[in-house]
Design a protein around this ligand. Sequence first.
Ligand SMILES: Nc1nc2c(ncn2[C@@H]2O[C@H](COP(=O)(O)OP(=O)(O)OP(=O)(O)O)[C@@H](O)[C@H]2O)c(=O)[nH]1
Ligand SMILES: [Mg+2]
Length: 461
Amino acid sequence: MLEKLGEVLRRATDKVMNAVFLDKNLVDSIIKDLQRALIEADVNVSLVKELSDKVRKAALDERIKDIEKKEHIIKILHDELLKIIGEKKELKLRKGQNRILLLGLYGAGKTTTVAKLGNYFAKRGNKVAVIGLDVHRPAASEQLKQLAEKNKLSYFIDADEKDATKIWKNLEAKGKLKDFDVLIVDTAGRHNLEAELIKEIKSLNKEIKPTESILVMPADIGQAAKQQAQDFKKAVDITGIIITRMDSTAKGGGALTACSEVNTGVYFITTGEKINDIESFNPKAFLSRLLGMGDLENLIEKIKSVTDESKQKNIQKELEGGKINLDDFIEQIKSMNSLGGFGKLKELIPGFSGMKTKIPENALENQSAKISKWEHIIKSMTQHEKENPEILEKETSRISRIAKGSGANSSDVRALLKQYKMINEMVKSGMASDFSSGAELNPKQMQKLARKFMKGGKLKF
Ligand SMILES: Nc1nc2c(ncn2[C@@H]2O[C@H](COP(=O)(O)OP(=O)(O)OP(=O)(O)O)[C@@H](O)[C@H]2O)c(=O)[nH]1
Ligand SMILES: [Mg+2]
């Protein structure tokens, strides 16, 4: 789903983050990539232009420092894309009877979505009925009937009546609908929004007085989405959108653009043909997935909050001397762990999720247990040992003593020493000074650091 767009967006954000200087040429090339990707994904052209203007402006703004600029650009990109995708919108049921009308063109996925939505609300304890008002396609009522029976949903169809509004009126007159909390209405599709269909939609709208009128759009709709959304909006008040076939290789950008057109958000996406292939839509999570990164601000805040400044300053001093002791080491490992370990970092660092390197599964586990063991081990050491851990390697009797004193095995002590050695080596190479600077730590540095870890292939703390 939207893989190509995601890939290009990830590449663009990586380019920004990895750039030493954001000069005009680089900015131009990044913007060109972005534009191409968004337009290829069927995002509306004027929205693309707006977005790239804003990114360019931020990138070339002299008042923003280079280091902040990168985050600034990514943030603008993030915010603008979010604007295109729309706010989070929840389909909240109201007290009394909910009447949900599903509208859309031929084959958009209305009928299957009626069943999915019916099942979704029935599973949540509502009294649901689905109603077939597609009187134009001969097999429509049969399709809905089968779906409803298979999923044990109450349903109402009338294969003989050719006037949709009449079917509804009859059901109401006979009092058939009054016991249900949620009525979901299937309507007819068309190739285009012809006058006849508009007339029918308007008549149904007047009679049913829907609490929700949802536009169903397939992910592969393309640039036509904008016009179509406008047309439907003219006929009825569209309260939300459901995008179907998100599981296909479709680009989805068109359907997303439609949301900004009708000033409404996406309630649900459907991701397959099975009854449970429906999920409520979370724009932020969706965008994170698309960009392959988590919430950047969140990451930066988190890094700040887990970093005790005074401790970090001490470590910084030590680092300048080119060596860290075991107390510093455990502090570093702890702050890394409070960020959620490598598993979390992987999501949070831009570009990281796209990395090809395989991370050993156990490296991603929460390291708390191991860290607390290591803390005990370190507590059993003399100050001299903590500051010069290399002496331990030569004197195995020290290792046994420490192991005993801390209730650990010699192999645990060795594992700790091995890990320490690795970090210390990074320190010597100047690598870990990034790591230690705490508040100033930026995602690029984290990424560099993480890569170094990965290369060492020694993630087993
Ligand atoms: N893969 C996939 N297929 C879907 C999804 N939603 C719907 N479909 C399929 O798309 C086709 C059309 O779906 P329908 O629900 O019949 O569409 P409709 O809008 O009711 O079509 P008309 O009544 O002819 O206008 C069916 O084969 C569905 O199984 C989805 O999320 N993923
Ligand atoms: Mg249908």
